[in-house]
Structure formats: C-alpha cells, structure tokens
Design a protein around this ligand. Structure first.
Ligand SMILES: *Cc1c(COP(=O)(O)O)cnc(C)c1O
Length: 460
C-alpha cells in the first residue's frame, strides 16, 4: 500500500507562472474580507492553491498545440468528431453530448431519467449530482459501504457499494422507483476512494436482474483505475487504459467533468449507450448548452480534451499523480496529523473533528480549519463537511454528514514536491496551536450549494 518506488514526473517544465507571497497581516485581512470562506478569496492573495483539482490542470505542449487546431464552425466541427472517437475508443460509450462542464451533463441526465418520487442510490453523494437529482424530483440514498464514513478504516476500496443496502432499498421502494444507481469512481466526497472492479461487476449483475441502469460519474475514472492496478488481484499487469475501458463498459451512461482527470481547464460531456436517451439529450442540449456538436465548448477546447483523455490514462502520468498525493499524505501522517486513510487519489483530507476535537459540528470545524490554514501560510484548501452537506430539503436542518473534512486538493502537473513540503509544514504549525482555535457562525447563507458563497464571522 505505501508506494515507495520513485514516481518522478514524466514531464519537465517549459513555462512558469509567478506566485504572490503575502504577509500574515495581508492574509488576516484577506480572509476577513472573504467572510472566512476560502471560495471567496482572490487567487492573487493565495500562495499555494489547493482549493480544488477542478479546471486547475496544467495542459501539455501537445494540448496547447491542439488549441491551435480548433475548428470553430458552428456545426459539425472536426474537433467534435475527434472527441467523439476518443471517448468511444477510451471510454467505450457509444453516444456523446459535449457540455460546458460536469453539472450540465448531470442536469440533462437527471431530467431525462428521473421521475417525481424516484429514488437514486449512490456511493456517497456529490454536491451538484445530488442537487440535480433532487431538482428532477428524486431522493438520493447513500449505499456506500460503512467503512467509507470511517476516516481510520484502511479498507482498500472505500468507494464500494454495499449491495445489501441497495437490496434493502429495492425491497422497500421497489425497483420501478429506482431508474438508476449513480456510481462515482474515486469517490470525491469520501476522500478520493476507489471502487473495485469486482464490486462493479457484482453491481452490474444485480442491476441487470432488477432492470436498474448504472450511471457512471466518471470524473476521476483513471485515478480509480490506478488504485485497481495497485490493489486488486489480477490487475497488476493491466494498463490504466485497459482498466478504464473495462470500468466504463460495465455501465450504461456517464457524466464527465473534464476539468478533473482529462487534464483541461473547462469542459465535460454526457455519454450513453442508449439511443433513446441520446435523442432526448440532443434535444435538451440545444436548449441549455448549444448545438449537439459543441454543447458548451469551443472547438479548440474539444481538441485539448481529446488529447488530455489520451494523456490521462498513461500509467506513468497516474503513478506521478497519485504518488504526489501520497507523498503529502505520508508527510502529514509523519507529523501526527489526523487525515483520511488510506490517502485518496486527488487530495489529502484532514479530519477536522479529530484536529479540533473541542469544536462541535455546529461551529463548523472544517470551515474554521480551512480559514486558519490560509492565515498561517497562504495555502488555500476547502471545507467538505457540514457546510458542503447543505440542509435537508424537507426538515430544513443541516444534513450533518459524518465526515467533517478539510480537502487539500492537488492540481494535476502544477506544483512540485517542495510545494508539498511547505504545505505539510504549515499545517503542522496550525496543529501545534490548535487548542486556541475557536469556531465560526453564518453571517450569510445562500439557498443552493451554500459552501460556495456563504459568509461567516468568528465566534468570540
Ligand atoms: C466536479 C464534480 C462534478 C461536477 O462537475 P463540474 O464540472 O464542476 O460541473 C460531479 N461529480 C464529481 C464527483 C465531481 O468531482
């Protein structure tokens, strides 16, 4: 499990981007102006930006060259056909509809497949995914294995579906109320934890028997494939590319946020093997995104995406990608800092409940910790706890997820090992003064996806 072979990056740096260095005084002012929400900081005030791995990727020289090959015709751009073929070849899906990013694909998928009163099981929720399911009249049901909610469990596949939980739901509401199960690969909200191929195969068998489809939230499928290669019996000799293809081919439909795995800054798509679903999506995309041969993307962006997909499934790329995340995780463990184990694919998740045990969840420990880390060193992270969890749509109370985490998310091909050292050292500094940290309270709470725009003030 602890991977100690060299993972040096299979690339070198051709161009650099300067970072701003700030003083503690600057940062105290900046976080106050941002209402103690790291989403509201200006990026110029940030030194090392680990807010998200979404759209923050560094593109390769080949991808930039691809940008120059953009065919910006309104209809039938050649870049669309390149992208379509790449998705068919690498991800197995027959039909694709480009979108501006993942949530647009989720919107269409939810509106097409969900009827009012339906239930949508999933291996943990994702913020935008669940919201679109709810807006379509569905209710999300978490069917991930219990180990996923335990930050200390070393289970190698914490993204697995608990088939017993799924079967209980089917028995309770009936399979006809469950249009599909949504499975995420490298489950974001669980800390980037993988689902095994064995679990997907069992799920395929079960869902086929009950007439339930599988929607694949495939935003980090290649990262998931790397863990399968490392941990699942029988896959060590397979390539990431082969494993990615096998995962996809066991599912019926997919939504992709291309801002993650596929190494671009914007883009996404919906994919399906069902011609009828495809026709309906083609109808919707012209209303909400654009013509079906560009969706929400420029031709050049589709070209960069198609090249990025090919680069994302290279074993050497994945070894360095996940290796860097594990490097940061191991450093933090070395300082005795509580993190989600095993370290996931795209980031290291601090366990804010254990980091700040004197704070109750009602004073938002993870939100507080993210603000403190920023003040300490200019490192930007984000909350993944009670604020991200939102409120129950019926009772109005906080959803109170078991996990109260701060996510240090690593952009692909952007930072060096020395940056990771600085991050680990500054979190260790916050850890030393943790007993003095107090919580936060809302000064403004938006109705939807509140974590993006909420504002807070410190409790005295
Ligand atoms: C980012 C993400 C999405 C949404 O995609 P956007 O491109 O941000 O709209 C959906 N699911 C998962 C697991 C994600 O990480």
């Amino acid at each position: 499990m602890t991977y100690r072979k060299s993972w040096a990056e299979p690339w070198k740096i051709k161009m650099v981007e300067h970072l701003t260095m700030t003083s503690r005084e600057d940062r105290v002012k900046a976080i106050e102006d941002a209402g103690y929400n790291t989403f509201l900081l200006r990026s110029e005030d940030v030194y090392i930006d680990l807010l998200t791995d979404s759209g923050t990727n560094a593109m390769s020289d080949r991808q930039w060259a691809g940008m120059m090959l953009g065919d910006e015709s309104y209809a039938g751009s050649r870049n669309f056909y390149n992208l379509e073929k790449t998705i068919q070849d690498f991800y197995s899906y027959k039909y694709i509809i480009p979108t501006h990013q993942g949530r647009a694909a989720e919107h269409m998928m939810s509106q097409i497949l969900i009827k009012d009163g339906d239930y949508i099981p999933g291996n943990m929720y994702f913020t935008t995914t669940r919201l679109h399911q709810e807006l379509a009249g569905g209710t999300f049901v978490d069917v991930i294995i219990d180990e996923a909610h335990d930050t200390e469990s070393e289970h190698p596949f914490k993204g697995n579906v608990d088939l017993k939980k799924l079967d209980d739901l089917v028995k309770k509401v009936g399979a006809d109320k469950i249009p599909y199960i949504c499975i995420a690969t490298a489950v974001n909200m669980a800390g980037g934890q993988p689902i095994s191929l064995q679990n997907i195969k069992e799920l395929r068998e079960y869902t086929t028997k009950h007439g339930i489809d599988i929607v694949h939230d495939m935003t980090r499928v290649a990262e998931n494939a790397w863990f399968i290669k490392e941990r699942e019996a029988g896959y060590a000799e397979k390539t990431v590319q082969e494993i990615v293809f096998e995962i996809c081919s066991l599912t019926d439909h997919a939504t992709m946020s291309a801002k993650k795995d596929p190494l671009v800054n914007i883009g996404g798509f919906m994919a399906t093997n069902n011609e009828d679903v495809y026709r309906q999506a083609q109808n919707m995309v012209v209303v909400y995104e654009g013509l079906h041969t560009y969706g929400g993307m420029a031709g050049r962006d589709m070209e960069a995406l198609s090249i990025g997909i090919k680069e994302s499934v290279q074993d050497d790329h994945m070894r360095a990608r996940v290796g860097q995340t594990e490097y940061l995780g191991d450093k933090l463990i070395g300082y005795g800092i509580p993190i989600v184990r095993p370290v996931g694919s795209h980031g290291v998740f601090l366990d804010a409940k254990k980091f700040l045990p004197h704070l109750s969840q009602d004073v938002f420990p993870a939100q507080t910790l993210a603000a403190e880390i920023y003040v300490e060193s200019g490192v930007r992270s984000m909350e993944r706890g009670i604020i991200s969890g939102g409120r129950n749509k019926d009772t109005g109370d906080h959803n109170r997820p078991k996990l109260e985490l701060v996510r240090l998310t690593i952009p692909r091909r952007v930072y060096t090992q020395a940056h990771m050292d600085v991050v680990a050292e500054s979190i260790a500094d916050v850890y030393e003064r943790r007993a003095k940290i107090t919580g936060l309270q809302f000064t403004y709470e938006p109705e939807y996806l509140r974590f993006f725009q909420a504002r807070f003030e410190p409790l005295s």
